[in-house]
Design a protein around this ligand. Structure first.
Ligand code: C2O
Ligand code: CU
Ligand code: CU
Length: 498
């Protein structure tokens, strides 16, 4: 799109002022976010059968092509979306610890792409850094050993300034790591273990995915009216009176969900981003931000045939652009009563706390975004998008290393959103961390934050500290906000493990 038209569409009459440079732009950004326009969720009739994601059968020789596929997001409406195989999204990768993951990615798009393995501890050249991309028509082989505990992970493209668009249009998938510790519990499996990726979409009238962010979308994140699960809008799933294991990924660009069941059934939370918790936590509500995952057991065994209920998101205090609405996400219907013998365990794993004391180095990252970008591009139109969002006053530069850490060292990283007015789910590549504290805002560390994490939500007013011991994978990794429009407009830094 030529610049004039772009500016006009973004800010209408204010467009001519934008060319004077980033000071006006950033100032206006703050002002405009104070009047954030909510994208209200539309509920359908919940009669669209949930897409059950297929499983990839041979994880040691995967061949995917990122391309446009025919799919169905809205019931009985054929449309186009991006995917890695022959539908929207990707087949679920189910892999054991110590196995080799081998994925050849062919790029069938007309722009660069790649894959980042969100939650996997991998060498830097396999991590899908935006400086390692596949050109259209090209391919890349991701090949590494899975060396970490059982966990719920996911993957998505990470090309700079295109991540938001490609994920929104359908490029994402779920990757489950298994190990012996987890297998010993005999958790519900097969049809009783259901991977669910939550994503809100904006749709054209033909059901196709519409991604065309305007100024407010870059400021707040790109939200959609249609909340989809596994690429199905307004879905339903039939259940038996059993205990199910749900592997829930928030794969939305920006939307945070406050998950709960309409009939009061509780989540037996057994795991989060980095695998099993030390013990099961029973909770009736979980705030899940983009990038975060949950491993939950849900006991439907006391229900009766014909009963129905919803997974929904309740309103919450999420800053200016989030949480103002309660809405249903998915309908469940009990179709069969059967006996259930599985007993939900209480003690799960051993999580040794990372040792920190008052000598531990603290790196503090200002994420309130009120100071503008020093490292960003000054000036004109689209160029300003690079530096709209910042971490510690800096916007992403591909070749600049912002922080250097030592392999084996433990540090405390602090994400400071005390003065902020927007939500920022902060994600660190290449590590798992432990959440130490949250000061301000919600003021506590939540049950789903008690294990190993790689993404942590910092709501307005919150300062969150995490402890990280850096692994031996030396090289360049990313830290960024997982609001993908924030990420694409500069809210990302490089750090290096030396
Ligand atoms: Cu899922 Cu760099 O992120
Ligand atoms: Cu990641
Ligand atoms: Cu952010």
């Amino acid at each position: 799109m030529e610049r004039r038209k772009f500016l006009y569409q973004m800010v209408g009459a204010g467009a001519s002022a934008m060319v004077v440079g980033s000071t006006w732009f950033l100032h206006s950004c703050r002002k405009m976010s104070a009047t954030a326009k909510m994208i209200w969720v539309k509920e359908g009739s919940f009669d669209n059968p949930l897409r059950l994601l297929p499983r990839e059968n041979d994880v040691t020789a995967i061949h995917w092509t990122a391309k446009q596929n025919t799919t169905e997001i809205v019931k009985n409406t054929t449309t186009q979306a991006l995917g890695f195989a022959n539908d929207i999204l990707a087949p679920v990768v189910d892999i054991k610890r110590n196995q080799v993951l081998d994925v050849t990615l062919n790029n069938g798009l007309s722009e660069i792409t790649n894959i980042h393995w969100h939650g996997l501890i991998v060498p830097p050249d396999m991590d899908g850094h935006p400086d390692n991309v596949v050109t259209p028509g090209g391919s890349f082989n991701y090949h590494f050993v899975i060396n970490q505990r059982a966990s719920t992970n996911w993957f998505h493209p990470h090309p700079h300034m295109l991540t938001g668009k490609q994920v929104f249009k359908g490029l994402a998938g779920i990757l489950l790591v298994r190990d012996e510790e987890e297998e010993a519990f005999g958790f519900p499996s097969g049809t009783f273990e259901i991977p669910l990726i939550l994503q809100d979409k904006r749709l054209y009238s033909d059901g196709g995915i519409h991604y065309d962010p305007q100024m407010t979308d870059y400021m707040n994140g790109y939200f959609g009216h249609y909340v989809c699960v596994n690429g199905s809008w307004s879905p339903f799933l039939q259940l038996q009176t059993k205990i199910y294991r749900l592997r829930i990924v928030n794969g939305s660009n920006a939307r945070i969900y406050n998950l709960t069941f309409s009939n009061g059934i509780i989540f037996h939370l057994i795991g989060s981003d980095g695998g099993l918790l030390a013990s099961r936590k029973d909770v009736d509500q979980i705030i899940l931000a983009p990038g975060e995952r949950l491993d939950v057991l849900v006991d439907f065994s006391k229900l009766k045939k014909g009963q129905e209920f919803f997974l929904q998101s309740d309103a919450f205090h999420g800053g200016e652009a989030q949480g103002k609405q309660s809405f249903k996400i998915m309908r469940f219907l009990i179709e069969k009563e059967v006996a259930e013998a599985f007993v939900v365990p209480t003690v799960l794993s051993n999580i040794a706390p990372i040792f920190v004391n008052n000598e531990t180095k603290i790196r503090s990252f200002e994420i309130a975004n009120d100071h503008g970008g020093e490292g960003g591009h000054q000036g004109h139109g689209m160029g300003d998008l690079h530096s709209m969002h910042t971490i510690g006053g800096k916007s992403f530069e591909m070749d600049r290393v912002d922080e250097i850490v030592k392999a084996g060292d433990t540090e405390i990283w602090e994400f400071d959103n005390s003065e902020g007015s927007d939500a920022h789910p902060m994600h660190v590549h290449g590590v798992h961390f432990q959440v130490l504290s949250r000061v301000g805002g919600r003021g506590v560390v939540f049950p789903h934050e008690s294990g190993w994490k790689d993404t942590v939500l910092c709501l307005p007013g919150e300062k969150v500290r995490v402890a990280i011991t850096f692994p031996q994978n030396k090289g360049k990794f990313l830290l960024h906000c997982h609001n993908l429009e924030h990420e694409d407009t500069g809210m990302m830094l490089n750090y290096q493990i030396d």
